[in-house]
Design a protein around this ligand. Sequence first.
Ligand code: FAD
Length: 288
Amino acid sequence: MNLSKLFKNKKTVYSFEIFPPKKDGAIDTVYDTIEALGDLNPDYISVTYGAGGGVRGNKTAELAQAIKSKLKIEPLAHLTCVNSTKEEVDSVLENLKAQNVNNILALRGDIVPDSKVPDDFRHASDLIKYIKKCGDFDIAAACYPEKHLEAKSLDEDIAYLKEKADLGVSHLISQLFFDNNNFYAFMDKIRQKGINTPVVAGIMPITSAAQIEKMVNMCGAKIPDCCRKMIEKYGDNPIAMRDAGIIYATNQIMDLVANGVDGIHIYTMNNPYVARKITLSIGSLLND
Ligand code: FAD
């Protein structure tokens, strides 16, 4: 099924993100994670692609296919382009087609410092155009409520986002954020600029102080005072920190749903316990 249909039929689309394990031998462990997440009946599960720049030995298509065939849940396969040649992208697309996976999150990917990148794709919009020529794929893209780290300003970033939206993507998935007010301000701005594509809010439950520091350094998400206080208070107590993070994410979601968000995408970090706790708390809100 093409994911664009979901946004026509559902008030709040609910989805998860997982990542393939980095070590080759660890692939089996992720199947347990997928099964546990499948029990929570999300509308779709997305699978990352070579996050961090490396694309060799990628397991994205294999996991996406398993989600579809074993769980009967729609997969969304991430695909990055900046570190790849057209031939490499062709080979991934052929593989996805063969596995019957037809939803793709088209991304630029991160540029690895000091590495020489091929010149075939510069931006996600190049990949979106390319995929559109290659077959019947439903394409989604990323957006950044607090702007992409490399963008000079939010306005500039939104101008480029409009290019992606105008190419006809099914939906946009947001970078993680901890302050809903920044998300609402972003939504107002993009709607004013004529971007009417559904936007799914990316929510990352904070499960440890170290994890959050790493993520914030990587993507530049702002930490509001109440969240910082929570980390100061519980950061040294792993169980309390995990539970506080679940409560924080749940409250964020409750507020987003009450404000009519198009969808919620949980960055599960392959942690079904956390996804389960959140899903059980918010299930009735999504169906209302
Ligand atoms: P783009 O849309 O190309 O934007 C990148 C930068 O270029 C922005 O600053 C933008 O303003 C600017 N820009 C865009 N178009 C133009 C243009 N035509 N001219 C000049 N400037 C332009 N990374 C992975 O490696 N694997 C993953 O699986 C993965 N999954 C992700 C999922 C989500 C939901 C998100 C939000 C990010 C994900 N990332 C992943 C990270 C992503 O690859 C990086 O954030 C990357 O730096 C930007 O990707 P993009 O698709 O948003 O790029």
